[in-house]
Write a protein that binds this ligand. Structure first.
Ligand SMILES: Nc1ncnc2c1ncn2[C@@H]1O[C@H](COP(=O)(O)OP(=O)(O)OP(=O)(O)O)[C@@H](O)[C@H]1O
Ligand SMILES: [Mg+2]
Length: 240
């Protein structure tokens, strides 16, 4: 952690077991306003578990969560959402039976309509509005989920594996949208295995391994970390 930095979201010293399996031992993640922070780590390393805990979806066995300096004792997704946190899960947040337009209408009813048209055009979902979510492709569904997130201009956005199932050009577009959101002031926290694209848009990299986290610093620092290169990126990775 950098002394003097005010972190938008902090989850520190987090522990979590499922039954007898200890998934997180002492894991931490920090998101900063205006920055993209990315969690990388092998399948099953605990990235989703840590993000869910930080978002109030799952309760930790121990550890501390704070949002803009306030420690959240009994936090829940609904309460954190009122403080400006938005969570887009790996499985995505939209209900399959509803049309895209209905989701946007529901959002407008709850949060007002400001930002909705811009989010639709930013995510390029104009042509999808009358389709049910069920009928969308995986990548289209993620774009709809993110449009719903963007329209709320969250102070903190936790988005788990946003690039999964997207074609290369769509990955790049979506990654750039996350970058833009950060540049507008949001603390973006993301994850995934598309290391090249994620490293190219991130300010900070957190490596999840063996139930704990290593804060590697900038993507350049991460690329210079020989253990991270060897154990996560693999020898063929090269430069970004
Ligand atoms: N509700 C649960 N009950 C039991 N085990 C669980 C539960 N949720 C997660 N786990 C286990 O915890 C471990 C971490 O899972 P998690 O989803 O956090 O990993 P991940 O790093 O996000 O992996 P991926 O990159 O594949 O998405 C896995 O071994 C998973 O099987
Ligand atoms: Mg996951």
């Amino acid at each position: 952690m950098t002394p003097g930095t005010e972190y938008a979201l902090r989850a520190e010293g987090i522990g979590k077991s499922f039954g007898r399996v200890e998934v997180l031992k002492s894991a931490s993640m920090w998101g900063e306003s205006g920055k993209v922070t990315t969690l990388l780590g092998r399948n099953g390393a605990g990235k989703t578990t840590l993000m869910k805990i930080a978002a109030g979806v799952l309760r930790a066995d121990y550890g501390v969560i704070s949002l803009f300096g306030d420690v959240k004792e009994h936090h829940s997704l609904a309460r954190l959402a009122r403080s400006g946190l938005m969570y887009v899960p790996q499985a995505q947040l939209v209900s399959p039976a509803y049309r895209v337009r209905d989701h946007l209408k529901a959002l407008a009813t709850t949060f007002g309509s400001a930002g909705i048209d811009e989010a639709i055009s930013e995510m390029g979902i104009e042509a999808l509005l009358d389709q049910t979510v069920r009928s969308l492709s995986g990548g289209e569904r993620m774009r709809v989920s993110l449009a719903l997130a963007l329209a709320r201009a969250p102070k903190v956005l936790i988005v788990d594996e946003p690039l999964v199932r997207l074609s290369p050009q769509n990955q790049e577009d979506l990654a750039n949208s996350l970058r833009t959101l950060a540049e507008r002031g949001t603390a973006v926290i993301t994850s995934g295995h598309d290391a090249r694209v994620l490293l190219s848009i991130s300010d900070a990299i957190i490596w999840c391994v063996a139930g704990t986290t290593h804060h590697l610093g900038t993507p350049t620092d991460a690329l210079a970390h020989s253990q991270f290169r060897r154990e996560y990126l693999g020898s063929e990775f090269g430069e970004i």
